[in-house]
Design a protein around this ligand. Structure first.
Ligand code: NAD
Ligand code: FES
Length: 281
C-alpha cells in the first residue's frame, strides 16, 4: 500500500498527492511515470511523477479528474492509501546541455514539464518556459516553473491571466527573434497543442521532444495498449518513450487510439458517478 501523506487542490478538478514510495523516489528520473491501481477492481493508469523527495522517500503526482479512475482517486484523502504504484517506468528524458531550450506545458501537462525544466536548468541550459491554460484558475505550478526557468511566459486562452492566446504565441515570438537561437523544445500537454508545436518547430528546424500519453495497461511493454507510430515504426510508449521526436509522431493515430474505449469509459464513469456522486468534491 502507498499512503497519501498530503493532498492539495491545485485548481478545478486538478489535485496533487504526495505519496510515501521510497523505492520509487530513490530511482526516479525526470520524464518517468508510475502506473497506479487504486484497489483490487481498479483500472491501471499512468501518471507522470511531478517531483520526488529522496530524503523523505516521497513522490508527487498531479492529476486532472476526467473519468472514473481519476475522480475515484480524487475522493481519497490524506491518510488513505493506494493499493499499487508501480515504477519508475519509461525512459527518462535525455538531459544534456543543449544551450537554449524552451519547455512548454499545456493544462495539467505543466506538472510533467516541471521536472524536465528543472533538470534542464541544472544541466546548464538557458531555460525559457511557456505554460498555458484555458483560464487563470487552471494555471498550475507557476511559482515552481518560475524557479525552474530563466524566463517564464504564462498564457490563458481567455486572457484572464498572462498573455492572451495559446502557448504557441510566445513560441512564435521566440523563434522569430533572429538574435536568439532556440536549440531544442520540450512540449507536454494535450495532443492538439503538441501537434501545433511540432508543426511550428518542424518548419523552423528546431529539434522537439513530446511526451506521449496513450492508454497504458501494464506499462512494461507486454500488452501493446500504448502502441504509437513514430517515423513509420510501431513503438510502445511505455518502454520506448514516453518521449519521442515530435516531428516523427503520427498524431492522427494517437488521437484515434486514445478514443478507442471512449464509449466504455463514459459508461464506466456514469455508473460510478451514479453511486458515488456525494463523494465528488
Ligand atoms: P487544454 O485543452 O485546456 O489546453 C491547455 C493549453 O494547451 C491551452 O491553454 C493552450 O495554450 C494549449 N493548446 C491547446 N490546444 C492547442 C492548439 N491547438 N494549439 C496550440 N496550443 C494549444 O488542456 P487540458 O484540458 O488542461 O489538458 C488535458 C489534456 O492534456 C488531456 O487530454 C490529457 O490527456 C492531456 N495531457 C497530456 C499529457 C502528456 O503526457 N502529453 C500530460 C497531461 C495531460
Ligand atoms: Fe502495455 Fe505499453 S502499456 S505495452
Amino acid at each position: 500500500m502507498f499512503p497519501i501523506l498530503s493532498k492539495k487542490i491545485l485548481g478545478p478538478n486538478v489535485k496533487q498527492f504526495v505519496l510515501q514510495a521510497s523505492a520509487i523516489a530513490g530511482k526516479r528520473k525526470p520524464g518517468q511515470f508510475v502506473i497506479l491501481r487504486i484497489d483490487l477492481n481498479g483500472e491501471r493508469f499512468p501518471l507522470t511523477i511531478a517531483d520526488t523527495d529522496v530524503g523523505a522517500g516521497t513522490i508527487t503526482i498531479i492529476f486532472q479528474e476526467v473519468g472514473k479512475s481519476t475522480f475515484q482517486l480524487g475522493t481519497l484523502a490524506e491518510g488513505d492509501a493506494i493499493l499499487d504504484v508501480v515504477g519508475p517506468l519509461g525512459k527518462a528524458t535525455e538531459v544534456e546541455n543543449y544551450g537554449r531550450v524552451v519547455c512548454m506545458g499545456g493544462g495539467v501537462g505543466v506538472a510533467e514539464i516541471y521536472p524536465v525544466a528543472l533538470a534542464m536548468k541544472q544541466a546548464g541550459n538557458e531555460v525559457i518556459s511557456i505554460i498555458g491554460a484555458r483560464t487563470h484558475s487552471l494555471v498550475i505550478l507557476e511559482s515552481h516553473m518560475k524557479q525552474a526557468s530563466h524566463k517564464l511566459y504564462v498564457t490563458t486562452d481567455d486572457g484572464s491571466y498572462g498573455f492572451q492566446g495559446l502557448v504557441t504565441g510566445p513560441l512564435n515570438d521566440l523563434i522569430a527573434d533572429v538574435n536568439k537561437k532556440v536549440d531544442r523544445v520540450f512540449c507536454i500537454g494535450p495532443v492538439p497543442m503538441m501537434r501545433a508545436v511540432a508543426n511550428t518547430t518542424k518548419t523552423a528546424g528546431i529539434p522537439t521532444i513530446v511526451s506521449l500519453n496513450p492508454i497504458m495497461v501494464d506499462g512494461t511493454g507486454m500488452c501493446g495498449a500504448c502502441r504509437v507510430k513514430v517515423g513509420g515504426e510501431t513503438k510502445f510508449a511505455c518502454v520506448d518513450g514516453p518521449d519521442f521526436d515530435a516531428h516523427l509522431v503520427d498524431f492522427d493515430l494517437l488521437v484515434q487510439r486514445q478514443r478507442m474505449y471512449h464509449k466504455q469509459e463514459k459508461l464506466s464513469w456514469e455508473k460510478w458517478k451514479g453511486i458515488h456522486e456525494n463523494r465528488i468534491s
